[in-house]
Design a protein around this ligand. Sequence first.
Ligand SMILES: [Zn+2]
Length: 284
Amino acid sequence: MLRHLALTCILFLFSQLNALSGAAVNSQPDLTLDSTAKQQGEFFVVIVSGISHRPDLWFNEKRFTMFRHDNDSYRALVPAENLMKPGSYALLAKAGSWKKRIPVQIVSNNLPVQEIWLDEKTNRLKATKEEKAKVKAALKTLSETKLWSDLFSYPCNGRKSSPFGVKRSYNGAPVTSYHKGLDIAVPRGTPVKSPARGKVVLTGYESNRFHVHGNTVIIDHGQGLTSIYMHLHSISVNEGDMVSKEDVIGTVGSTGISTGPHLHWGVYLYGTSVDPELFVRKKY
Ligand SMILES: [Zn+2]
């Protein structure tokens, strides 16, 4: 009888253990993507759910910080660089002993190559070291709180004079560069409005060695998303200011290297430029 009881107990324990491990299997994290194919200049919406601590995420041998999305999920908007070679890649997430890999495709955006011929004098006009370093660092800002919530609005309304992503070859050399934003041609003095809530992380002035970008504002929208406004005539915000959607941050101009009044608007994820209009068309 005792022996039978002992056996029953053991069986009971065993079934409980099974149930526990079953529960553990069910509560494993999961990695999901909004799509397994993206064009150059787009981004993946990557979510790891069923997890209470930050997972690690890699794409194309680069590590991306994930940010808290929900009570039990983390998210990253992972950019597919505009000059990334089309083909097969993978996204990999890891947390403790759990890991999941999802194969993805990068597809060409088939944007034309623009041949630019510069005379020697213009070719020598380069951004100052300080200008470059400051812009790069500001565009790479990673902050935990997601400040934007809505669709982005256009910072100003007018004719789109140059689209995002057009590939550029200088003086017949191979493509090494591309247009990292959207140009909107509007008269000098037109107000420029923040497309979403954020924090001003850089104001740069042509008079203070911003020779190429001209008067420039960079806004951090949180969780790896930043935006830049270049060639401004005037700037009406300061570093550290919080701005709401549609707050005026300055006016359109033609400062820096620019052939006429226009706004150059760029949107960046983890310091990599993506098509700004993706955020106007869809809420992320
Ligand atoms: Zn531009």
